[in-house]
Design a binder for this molecule. Structure first.
Ligand SMILES: Nc1ncnc2c1ncn2[C@@H]1O[C@H](COP(=O)(O)OP(=O)(O)O)[C@@H](O)[C@H]1O
Ligand SMILES: Cc1ncsc1CCOP(=O)(O)O
Ligand SMILES: [Mg+2]
Length: 274
């Protein structure tokens, strides 16, 4: 039951270490607290190994990459893997520069990720070596449509087979898959593409849900994606009621995660499981 996944996060309150970007770090910390987990946000290489051991789950986000943070990612990732912690990769803007693409390749070689969550352009780039994007956003030409849905699922499944990770492709339609089963999720609202950090926050949630549900990896990632989409829908309703803009919506989004119950998650989930 997907609701149980969220309830386990609240009950177990896992510690989630985020090596992330300076744009959305605060939102990632707040959404981690909102779902019931505990965040740390530190990117110093001096403490990366210890943090990898201390945490219950690790989230590696490439949003504002530099050589020092990459060192910390590698140290923390290897340490967390050694202690069996789930590790999430958010390959932000992987197709935007050679440095990002090569770093993603290095991280994938060195760290056994439990889940990889990105927008369609990012996942296409790191799964096929192709390089395109609109910076940190998905390229509109890559959008997942009803016409290319099957092909996109096949790409994600193949990538899951090669990495051993659950693959989550986010967007208007979200795909969450391992090599056997696939969730096609239709929660969410277009306004979410106007709030920087929706993807980053989703990756932090994903690490928290995995850490509290280590034996239910696919369901944990799907529940995190549904949480984000459903809370985005609820936040949009609040934003429309008060006639606010994207900043107000961002605050409502975090509040809605804080208030969400397992039962509401199940009632509001819009997905097909194959
Ligand atoms: N057009 C859309 N319709 C519904 N939900 C969306 C849309 N665009 C993004 N989302 C949601 O926003 C969140 C972040 O996804 P996305 O924008 O793809 O990530 P990123 O910010 O990393 O590019 C996900 O929960 C996704 O479902
Ligand atoms: C705008 C920006 N630039 C570097 S990281 C970042 C945030 C990206 O966040 P998200 O991928 O969640 O929209
Ligand atoms: Mg992103």
């Amino acid at each position: 039951m997907l609701g149980e996944i969220l309830e386990n996060v609240r009950e177990r309150s896992p510690l989630i270490q985020n090596i992330t970007n300076y744009v959305t770090a605060n939102d990632c910390a707040n959404i981690t607290l909102a779902c019931g987990a505990s965040p740390t946000m530190s990117d110093g290489e001096e403490e990366a190994e210890e943090m990898g051991r201390l945490c219950d789950g690790l989230n590696i986000n490439m949003g504002t990459l530099h050589p020092r943070s990459v060192k910390a990612m590698l140290l923390a990732g290897k340490s967390a893997a050694g202690f069996g912690r789930p590790i999430v990769l958010d390959p932000v803007g992987a197709g935007a520069s050679t440095y990002r693409r090569e770093t993603a390749e290095e991280l994938l070689r060195e760290i056994p990720f439990t889940a990889i969550r990105g927008n369609i352009s990012e996942i296409k780039t790191i799964s096929g070596g192709r390089s395109s994007s609109k910076g940190v956003d998905a390229d509109a030409a890559d959008a997942v449509t009803e016409e290319n849905l099957e092909k996109t699922i096949a790409l994600a499944r193949d990538f899951s087979g090669r990495t051993g990770a659950v693959i989550a492709i986010s967007g208007a339609v979200d795909i969450v898959t391992d090599t056997k089963n696939t969730y096609i999720i239709r929660n969410g609202h277009p306004v979410m593409a106007k709030i920087t950090g929706c993807g980053c926050m989703l990756s932090s949630l994903t690490a928290a849900y995995l850490a509290a549900n280590p034996d239910r990896k696919l369901e944990a990632v799907a529940a995190a994606v549904i949480t984000m989409g459903l809370c985005g829908e609820k936040a949009y309703e609040k934003m429309a009621e008060e006639n606010s803009g994207n900043a107000g919506c961002r605050n409502h989004l975090i509040d809605e995660v804080y208030k969400l119950t397992g039962r509401e998650l199940e009632r509001g989930a819009k997905y097909e499981l194959r």
